[in-house]
Design a protein around this ligand. Structure first.
Ligand SMILES: [Mn+2]
Length: 288
Protein backbone atom coordinates (compact mmCIF):
# COMPACT_ATOMS: atom_id res chain seq x y z
CA UNK A 1 0.00 0.00 0.00
CA UNK A 2 1.27 3.44 -0.92
CA UNK A 3 -0.01 6.74 0.45
CA UNK A 4 -0.62 10.03 -1.29
CA UNK A 5 -2.67 13.19 -1.25
CA UNK A 6 -4.54 15.25 -3.79
CA UNK A 7 -2.62 18.47 -4.51
CA UNK A 8 -5.73 20.59 -3.86
CA UNK A 9 -5.22 20.41 -0.07
CA UNK A 10 -2.85 23.33 -0.57
CA UNK A 11 -4.73 25.32 -3.21
CA UNK A 12 -7.95 27.34 -3.42
CA UNK A 13 -8.24 26.99 -7.19
CA UNK A 14 -7.67 24.00 -9.43
CA UNK A 15 -4.20 25.23 -10.33
CA UNK A 16 -0.91 25.31 -8.48
CA UNK A 17 2.87 25.13 -8.62
CA UNK A 18 3.40 21.36 -8.64
CA UNK A 19 7.05 21.72 -7.63
CA UNK A 20 6.02 23.42 -4.38
CA UNK A 21 3.27 20.88 -3.80
CA UNK A 22 5.70 18.01 -4.45
CA UNK A 23 7.99 19.40 -1.74
CA UNK A 24 5.04 19.59 0.67
CA UNK A 25 3.96 16.01 -0.14
CA UNK A 26 7.46 14.75 0.49
CA UNK A 27 7.82 16.71 3.71
CA UNK A 28 4.50 15.34 5.03
CA UNK A 29 5.74 11.79 4.35
CA UNK A 30 3.75 10.82 1.24
CA UNK A 31 4.92 8.48 -1.55
CA UNK A 32 2.43 9.75 -4.11
CA UNK A 33 1.23 13.15 -5.34
CA UNK A 34 -2.18 13.11 -7.04
CA UNK A 35 -2.34 15.80 -9.69
CA UNK A 36 -5.06 17.14 -11.96
CA UNK A 37 -4.73 15.00 -15.09
CA UNK A 38 -6.20 17.74 -17.25
CA UNK A 39 -3.22 19.96 -16.42
CA UNK A 40 -0.99 17.62 -18.43
CA UNK A 41 -2.78 18.75 -21.60
CA UNK A 42 -1.62 22.33 -20.96
CA UNK A 43 2.01 21.41 -20.25
CA UNK A 44 4.78 21.27 -22.84
CA UNK A 45 6.92 18.15 -23.13
CA UNK A 46 9.82 19.92 -21.43
CA UNK A 47 7.61 21.07 -18.52
CA UNK A 48 6.36 17.51 -18.12
CA UNK A 49 9.90 16.14 -18.15
CA UNK A 50 11.02 18.67 -15.55
CA UNK A 51 8.20 17.71 -13.16
CA UNK A 52 8.77 14.00 -13.83
CA UNK A 53 12.45 14.29 -12.95
CA UNK A 54 11.76 16.48 -9.91
CA UNK A 55 9.28 13.95 -8.47
CA UNK A 56 11.54 11.01 -9.30
CA UNK A 57 14.39 12.66 -7.38
CA UNK A 58 12.07 13.18 -4.40
CA UNK A 59 10.95 9.53 -4.60
CA UNK A 60 7.36 10.55 -5.37
CA UNK A 61 5.15 8.82 -7.91
CA UNK A 62 2.24 10.58 -9.60
CA UNK A 63 -1.39 9.57 -9.93
CA UNK A 64 -3.80 11.58 -12.10
CA UNK A 65 -7.29 12.69 -11.08
CA UNK A 66 -9.82 13.93 -13.64
CA UNK A 67 -13.40 15.19 -13.80
CA UNK A 68 -14.52 15.56 -17.42
CA UNK A 69 -16.27 18.77 -18.51
CA UNK A 70 -19.86 18.56 -19.78
CA UNK A 71 -18.85 18.48 -23.45
CA UNK A 72 -16.59 15.44 -22.82
CA UNK A 73 -19.22 13.05 -21.47
CA UNK A 74 -18.96 9.45 -22.69
CA UNK A 75 -22.47 8.71 -21.34
CA UNK A 76 -24.10 11.50 -23.38
CA UNK A 77 -26.78 10.87 -26.02
CA UNK A 78 -24.80 13.30 -28.20
CA UNK A 79 -22.20 11.33 -30.21
CA UNK A 80 -19.98 14.42 -30.46
CA UNK A 81 -19.74 14.70 -26.66
CA UNK A 82 -19.03 10.97 -26.41
CA UNK A 83 -16.23 11.19 -28.96
CA UNK A 84 -14.88 14.32 -27.20
CA UNK A 85 -14.87 12.34 -23.97
CA UNK A 86 -12.90 9.45 -25.45
CA UNK A 87 -10.45 11.84 -27.14
CA UNK A 88 -9.99 13.93 -23.97
CA UNK A 89 -9.29 10.95 -21.70
CA UNK A 90 -7.01 9.24 -24.27
CA UNK A 91 -5.12 12.53 -24.75
CA UNK A 92 -4.46 12.61 -21.00
CA UNK A 93 -3.39 8.94 -21.04
CA UNK A 94 -0.75 9.78 -23.69
CA UNK A 95 0.55 12.69 -21.61
CA UNK A 96 0.69 10.39 -18.57
CA UNK A 97 3.15 8.13 -20.37
CA UNK A 98 5.49 11.13 -20.66
CA UNK A 99 5.35 11.92 -16.95
CA UNK A 100 5.53 8.24 -15.98
CA UNK A 101 2.15 8.12 -14.24
CA UNK A 102 0.46 4.71 -14.17
CA UNK A 103 -2.94 5.43 -12.59
CA UNK A 104 -5.81 7.53 -13.95
CA UNK A 105 -8.70 8.02 -11.55
CA UNK A 106 -12.04 9.80 -11.60
CA UNK A 107 -15.65 9.59 -12.74
CA UNK A 108 -14.82 9.72 -16.43
CA UNK A 109 -17.68 7.31 -17.15
CA UNK A 110 -19.67 10.58 -17.38
CA UNK A 111 -18.93 14.27 -16.74
CA UNK A 112 -18.35 15.66 -13.26
CA UNK A 113 -20.39 16.71 -11.46
CA UNK A 114 -23.43 15.24 -13.16
CA UNK A 115 -26.94 15.13 -11.76
CA UNK A 116 -28.86 14.94 -15.01
CA UNK A 117 -30.36 11.77 -16.45
CA UNK A 118 -29.87 11.84 -20.23
CA UNK A 119 -32.74 9.66 -21.50
CA UNK A 120 -32.56 6.89 -18.92
CA UNK A 121 -29.92 5.62 -16.53
CA UNK A 122 -29.83 2.35 -18.49
CA UNK A 123 -29.19 4.16 -21.79
CA UNK A 124 -26.44 6.33 -20.22
CA UNK A 125 -24.88 3.23 -18.69
CA UNK A 126 -24.81 1.34 -21.99
CA UNK A 127 -23.32 4.25 -23.95
CA UNK A 128 -20.76 4.81 -21.22
CA UNK A 129 -19.65 1.15 -21.10
CA UNK A 130 -19.28 1.07 -24.90
CA UNK A 131 -17.03 4.14 -24.92
CA UNK A 132 -15.10 2.96 -21.85
CA UNK A 133 -14.17 -0.22 -23.72
CA UNK A 134 -12.38 1.98 -26.28
CA UNK A 135 -10.60 3.96 -23.54
CA UNK A 136 -9.62 0.73 -21.77
CA UNK A 137 -8.05 -0.62 -24.95
CA UNK A 138 -5.80 2.46 -25.15
CA UNK A 139 -5.02 2.13 -21.43
CA UNK A 140 -4.00 -1.49 -22.00
CA UNK A 141 -1.66 -0.46 -24.82
CA UNK A 142 -0.11 2.27 -22.65
CA UNK A 143 0.00 0.10 -19.50
CA UNK A 144 -2.07 2.53 -17.42
CA UNK A 145 -4.64 1.50 -14.83
CA UNK A 146 -8.06 3.17 -15.03
CA UNK A 147 -9.77 3.48 -11.65
CA UNK A 148 -13.40 4.53 -11.93
CA UNK A 149 -14.61 6.46 -8.93
CA UNK A 150 -17.86 5.43 -7.33
CA UNK A 151 -19.63 8.69 -6.40
CA UNK A 152 -22.54 9.60 -4.17
CA UNK A 153 -25.92 10.41 -5.72
CA UNK A 154 -25.36 14.17 -5.60
CA UNK A 155 -22.41 13.97 -8.01
CA UNK A 156 -23.42 11.30 -10.52
CA UNK A 157 -26.40 9.06 -11.24
CA UNK A 158 -24.34 6.17 -12.68
CA UNK A 159 -22.02 4.42 -10.21
CA UNK A 160 -23.30 5.13 -6.69
CA UNK A 161 -22.20 2.09 -4.77
CA UNK A 162 -19.69 -0.70 -4.90
CA UNK A 163 -22.18 -3.13 -6.48
CA UNK A 164 -22.79 -0.78 -9.41
CA UNK A 165 -19.06 -0.21 -9.76
CA UNK A 166 -18.36 -3.93 -9.89
CA UNK A 167 -21.10 -4.51 -12.48
CA UNK A 168 -19.79 -1.66 -14.66
CA UNK A 169 -16.17 -2.89 -14.52
CA UNK A 170 -17.25 -6.43 -15.40
CA UNK A 171 -19.17 -5.12 -18.41
CA UNK A 172 -16.11 -3.20 -19.61
CA UNK A 173 -14.15 -6.40 -19.08
CA UNK A 174 -10.60 -5.07 -19.20
CA UNK A 175 -7.81 -5.96 -16.75
CA UNK A 176 -6.92 -2.23 -16.84
CA UNK A 177 -10.37 -1.12 -15.67
CA UNK A 178 -10.83 -1.16 -11.90
CA UNK A 179 -12.68 0.71 -9.17
CA UNK A 180 -11.94 3.59 -6.88
CA UNK A 181 -13.78 3.62 -3.57
CA UNK A 182 -13.82 6.93 -1.68
CA UNK A 183 -14.70 6.88 2.02
CA UNK A 184 -16.58 10.20 1.74
CA UNK A 185 -18.94 8.84 -0.92
CA UNK A 186 -19.10 5.37 0.72
CA UNK A 187 -20.25 6.92 3.98
CA UNK A 188 -23.34 8.21 2.16
CA UNK A 189 -24.14 5.19 0.00
CA UNK A 190 -22.77 1.96 1.53
CA UNK A 191 -24.45 0.00 4.34
CA UNK A 192 -21.11 -1.47 5.37
CA UNK A 193 -17.92 0.36 4.42
CA UNK A 194 -15.48 -2.43 5.24
CA UNK A 195 -17.87 -4.89 3.58
CA UNK A 196 -17.81 -2.84 0.37
CA UNK A 197 -13.99 -3.00 0.32
CA UNK A 198 -14.13 -6.78 0.75
CA UNK A 199 -16.74 -7.09 -1.97
CA UNK A 200 -14.62 -5.07 -4.42
CA UNK A 201 -11.66 -7.38 -3.70
CA UNK A 202 -9.30 -7.66 -6.67
CA UNK A 203 -11.31 -5.04 -8.58
CA UNK A 204 -10.30 -2.33 -6.11
CA UNK A 205 -7.57 -0.31 -7.81
CA UNK A 206 -7.37 2.92 -5.80
CA UNK A 207 -8.76 4.36 -2.57
CA UNK A 208 -9.66 7.94 -1.64
CA UNK A 209 -9.85 8.77 2.04
CA UNK A 210 -11.40 11.58 4.02
CA UNK A 211 -13.82 11.85 6.92
CA UNK A 212 -17.60 12.05 6.40
CA UNK A 213 -17.31 15.84 6.01
CA UNK A 214 -14.02 15.56 4.06
CA UNK A 215 -11.77 16.53 6.96
CA UNK A 216 -8.44 14.73 7.24
CA UNK A 217 -8.56 11.06 8.31
CA UNK A 218 -8.50 10.85 12.09
CA UNK A 219 -10.43 14.08 12.65
CA UNK A 220 -13.87 12.44 12.53
CA UNK A 221 -15.74 9.22 13.08
CA UNK A 222 -15.27 6.84 10.13
CA UNK A 223 -14.32 3.22 10.92
CA UNK A 224 -10.66 3.48 9.92
CA UNK A 225 -9.37 0.40 11.73
CA UNK A 226 -12.15 -1.76 10.27
CA UNK A 227 -11.52 -0.45 6.74
CA UNK A 228 -7.79 -1.00 7.17
CA UNK A 229 -8.40 -4.61 8.19
CA UNK A 230 -10.57 -5.11 5.09
CA UNK A 231 -7.84 -3.63 2.84
CA UNK A 232 -5.25 -5.98 4.35
CA UNK A 233 -7.61 -8.94 4.05
CA UNK A 234 -8.06 -8.38 0.29
CA UNK A 235 -4.31 -7.81 -0.11
CA UNK A 236 -4.78 -4.27 -1.45
CA UNK A 237 -1.47 -3.06 -2.87
CA UNK A 238 -2.61 0.08 -4.69
CA UNK A 239 -2.55 3.71 -3.63
CA UNK A 240 -4.50 5.31 -0.79
CA UNK A 241 -4.92 9.02 -1.52
CA UNK A 242 -6.23 11.62 0.90
CA UNK A 243 -8.74 14.01 -0.61
CA UNK A 244 -9.34 16.54 2.16
CA UNK A 245 -11.32 19.72 1.53
CA UNK A 246 -11.26 22.03 4.53
CA UNK A 247 -10.90 25.65 3.43
CA UNK A 248 -13.82 27.65 2.01
CA UNK A 249 -13.45 30.17 -0.82
CA UNK A 250 -12.15 29.69 -4.35
CA UNK A 251 -13.08 27.28 -7.12
CA UNK A 252 -12.12 24.11 -5.24
CA UNK A 253 -14.50 24.79 -2.31
CA UNK A 254 -17.23 25.91 -4.71
CA UNK A 255 -16.98 22.70 -6.75
CA UNK A 256 -17.10 20.45 -3.67
CA UNK A 257 -19.86 22.53 -2.00
CA UNK A 258 -17.80 23.59 1.02
CA UNK A 259 -19.09 26.81 2.52
CA UNK A 260 -17.53 26.92 5.97
CA UNK A 261 -14.06 26.61 7.43
CA UNK A 262 -13.45 23.03 8.60
CA UNK A 263 -9.81 23.77 9.42
CA UNK A 264 -10.51 25.74 12.60
CA UNK A 265 -8.76 28.73 11.06
CA UNK A 266 -5.50 26.81 10.52
CA UNK A 267 -2.62 28.74 8.96
CA UNK A 268 -0.38 27.10 6.36
CA UNK A 269 2.07 25.75 8.92
CA UNK A 270 -0.74 24.13 10.92
CA UNK A 271 -2.26 22.74 7.70
CA UNK A 272 1.14 21.15 6.94
CA UNK A 273 1.38 19.69 10.45
CA UNK A 274 -2.20 18.41 10.39
CA UNK A 275 -1.78 16.45 7.17
CA UNK A 276 1.50 14.91 8.38
CA UNK A 277 -0.23 13.86 11.64
CA UNK A 278 -3.16 12.45 9.69
CA UNK A 279 -0.79 10.35 7.58
CA UNK A 280 0.73 8.81 10.71
CA UNK A 281 -2.79 8.02 11.95
CA UNK A 282 -3.86 6.55 8.60
CA UNK A 283 -0.78 4.36 8.25
CA UNK A 284 -1.29 2.92 11.71
CA UNK A 285 -4.96 2.18 10.93
CA UNK A 286 -4.35 0.75 7.44
CA UNK A 287 -1.03 -1.05 7.82
CA UNK A 288 -2.05 -2.65 11.14
MN1 LIG B 1 -12.64 11.07 -4.44
Amino acid sequence: MKFGTLYAYWTRDWSCDYFEIADKCKKAGFDVMEIGGGHLLDMSDSEIERLRDYCRDLGLTISCNIGPPKDCDVSSSDPVKRQNGVDWVCGILRQMVKIGSKVLIGAFYNCWPNTVIDGSKEAMWERSVNEMKKIAKVAEELDILLCLEVLNRFESPLLNDCDEGIRYCREVGSPNCKLLLDTFHMNIEEDDMAGAIRKAGDLLGHVHVGEANRKLPGMGRLPWAEMGKALRDIGFDGIVVMEPFMKPGGAVARDVCLFRDLSDGADEKTMDENIAKSLVFLKSAFLG
